[in-house]
Write a protein that binds this ligand. Structure first.
Ligand SMILES: CC(C)(COP(=O)(O)OP(=O)(O)OC[C@H]1O[C@@H](n2cnc3c(N)ncnc32)[C@H](O)[C@@H]1OP(=O)(O)O)[C@@H](O)C(=O)NCCC(=O)NCCS
Length: 160
């Protein structure tokens, strides 16, 4: 786990760094307007991982956006800057998210992921998500199916 990583809520000044990672991570990146709306939406939470040890300004290495809807949550976005992948950044963000879910009484969380995104599927499975279904042709630009993954929050947060 990256010991120098600090997790905090997204601030508006983070949006540019988030959009740079978005542009390199997704075929349909969120716009600045979407991120500004997310920052004002009371259902939405975005947490960021900041490396305090980087020389110069602290560097935003990754982020996770999720929504809280009654007693359920949905992950909408997670990405890590390419050069920091496989160093535990996404894992730290997911752990922090699970603490928020536990503390707000959320019982389950789900997400959609491209069936070809094996790295992300492995990440989610490592953190207790299980495949619950499939949405045929969910991604309109490619016609690719989405897998629906779900996690039982009380079961996962027992260990946190
Ligand atoms: C998916 C993503 C967020 C993972 O971030 P990360 O910080 O590299 O993940 P972590 O280092 O915390 O990985 C934790 C575990 O997840 C699994 N994992 C993560 N990326 C993996 C990959 N590319 N291949 C296989 N397993 C992977 C591994 O089990 C890993 O543990 P290990 O390194 O000890 O083997 C990152 O690859 C990314 O930003 N991808 C582009 C955006 C994206 O696809 N987001 C998901 C949309 S649903």
């Amino acid at each position: 786990m990256p010991s120098n990583l600090r997790i905090r809520q997204m601030e508006v000044i983070d949006i540019k760094a988030i959009m740079d990672i978005e542009a390199r991570s997704f075929t349909l990146p969120y716009s600045a307007g979407i991120w500004e709306r997310e920052s004002r939406n009371s259902l939405s939470r975005t947490i960021v991982g900041i490396d305090n040890r980087t020389k110069g300004a602290p560097e935003l290495q990754g982020y996770l956006n999720f929504w809280l809807i009654l007693d359920e949550a949905e992950i909408h976005r997670i990405a890590v800057k390419e050069e920091y992948r496989r160093s535990g950044v996404a894992g730290r963000l997911l752990q922090e998210m699970f603490k928020v879910l536990r503390d707000t009484g959320i019982v389950s969380i789900h997400l959609e992921v491209r069936q070809s995104n094996h790295g992300a599927i492995k990440l989610y499975e490592k953190f207790g998500f299980m495949i619950k279904g499939r949405r045929k042709g969910y991604y309109q630009e490619t016609g690719e199916d989405a897998l629906i993954l779900e996690a039982d929050v009380p079961r996962i947060t027992q260990a946190i």
